[in-house]
Design a protein around this ligand. Structure first.
Ligand code: GLV
Ligand code: MN
Ligand code: MN
Length: 414
């Protein structure tokens, strides 16, 4: 077989810039699941997939899926990809770099007219961040067939359910199962993603091979006290829901700081009625807990829930704790890691293995296929921030490694 084709990195960078223009945030990047901006980004990606020789369309959950046939039509595929949704005021590489790099790898194969003994599918997952509905990996869970129908009743902050948002997007929630793929169709899943941490930069390495993705738990907590006059109600008689939430936030931080490798975040809080001279009667906040070790995360989750209950009791506040999602840590498959490592070495780069603190679509895809991930260095380890940045040189090395991996890929059964 010919050498793995060269992948042009300047177009990868240009396309990351082009996708960043599909945003609900003027002057920045915010693109949530099933939004008009999500559709525009999906359409752009489908166009690039077609230019690269793929059959491409949105699936029943709104994922952009492109397929490049192998030596024969209908062969099982090597699935590649990442996500097209973003956090609020996001960077332009988290997710998009993996989708665009994979398309470039296929484009290079197509230009060379190379067909492999397997098909390649590239997926731009519609939702990995879970920003709009609180629950995450909606696109990849639909593909894995692990997205329960009840989840479609989850509502966004404006009260729109996932099912309603799907209808508005032109999808039929009753057909969600059509997005499901089976184990026999997918030989493996590999994702290129920015590291989102400082390890590779500190060690002077452009790429690294992921060993496992840390597990996470997400909660939504609603506190109800009593609204009242900020000037007349004595401190001892108040039932201030926001003050209770503040105590909970500091408690989450304390719990996480006390356990090595556990991280805990309250990333969102709202208070009502929200006036300078009114004691907040209601507060709602989220909790995100992560750890490489599932029992550690589970113990911390129980502690956080107990402590929220105690804080609420002591303040005479009603509390409702809703578990939004729990995902166990996901190991990458050693046989795929070895193949990825060979592709790294073939580009003259020292192999560095590292875990992922961030969540990724592979956590869901693992239900139908073994997974692997390649991290690309990002500046200062910064992500989930508009300052997220990578160099074109590193994008080129990441794409070259992915291209080499694809070219040499051997399924486990081979
Ligand atoms: C996604 O980036 C996550 O880890 O929450
Ligand atoms: Mn992210
Ligand atoms: Mn991501």
């Amino acid at each position: 077989m010919a050498e793995a084709p060269r992948v042009e990195a300047s177009r990868i960078m240009q396309r990351c810039d082009a996708l960043a223009r599909h945003s609900e945030l003027a002057g920045g990047l915010t693109r949530v699941f099933l939004s008009p901006e999500g559709r525009a980004a999906g359409e752009a990606v489908l166009g690039w997939m077609r230019e690269a020789g793929m059959q491409a369309s949105l699936d029943a959950m709104g994922n952009a899926v492109g397929r490049y046939e192998g030596e024969r039509t209908g062969l099982p595929c090597l699935m590649l990809g990442s996500h097209l949704d973003t956090v609020r005021d996001a960077g332009r590489y988290d997710g998009m770099l993996g989708v665009i790099s994979a398309i470039e790898c296929v484009d290079a194969l197509n230009k060379q007219k190379t067909k492999l003994p397997f098909a390649i599918e590239v997926v731009g997952f519609g939702d990995e961040e879970g920003v709009r509905f609180g629950t995450t990996l909606l696109g990849s869970r639909a593909i894995a067939g692990t997205l329960a129908r009840e989840v479609l009743e989850t509502r966004d902050a404006g009260g729109t359910s996932i099912a309603d948002a799907m209808r508005a997007f032109g999808l039929d929630p009753n057909s969600m199962e059509k997005a499901k793929r089976s184990r026999s169709e997918v030989l493996a899943y590999a994702e290129l993603h920015i590291e989102q941490g400082p390890v590779l930069e500190a060690e002077g390495l452009p790429v690294g091979v992921v060993t496992a993705i840390n597990g996470f738990s997400r909660l939504r907590v609603a506190l109800r006290g009593e609204a009242g006059h900020a000037g007349t109600v004595p401190m001892a008689l108040r039932r201030d829901a926001l003050a209770a939430a503040a105590e909970c936030i500091v408690m989450v931080e304390r719990v996480a700081k006390n356990v090595p490798e556990l991280v805990g975040t309250v990333g969102r809080i709202e208070a009502k009625p929200g006036a300078i001279n009114v004691i907040p009667g209601e507060a709602q906040f989220t909790v995100d807990l992560r750890a490489p070790d599932d029992p550690i995360r589970e113990r911390a989750l129980a502690d956080v829930k107990n402590e929220i209950g105690r804080i609420a009791r002591e303040r005479n506040i009603e509390v409702k704790i809703e578990s939004l999602q729990d995902f166990g840590s996901s190991a990458c498959a050693p046989w795929l890691m070895r193949q990825l490592e060979r592709a790294v070495e073939a580009r003259g780069v020292r192999v560095r293995r590292l875990p992922s603190g961030a969540g990724h679509d592979g956590m869901a895809i693992k239900a139908i296929a073994d997974i692997a991930m390649l991290f690309v260095r990002c500046k200062g380890g910064v992500s989930h921030n508009p300052a997220e940045s990578i160099t074109e040189e590193d994008a080129a090395i990441g794409a070259a490694v992915l291209s080499g991996f694809i070219h040499e890929f051997k399924p486990l059964s081979a």
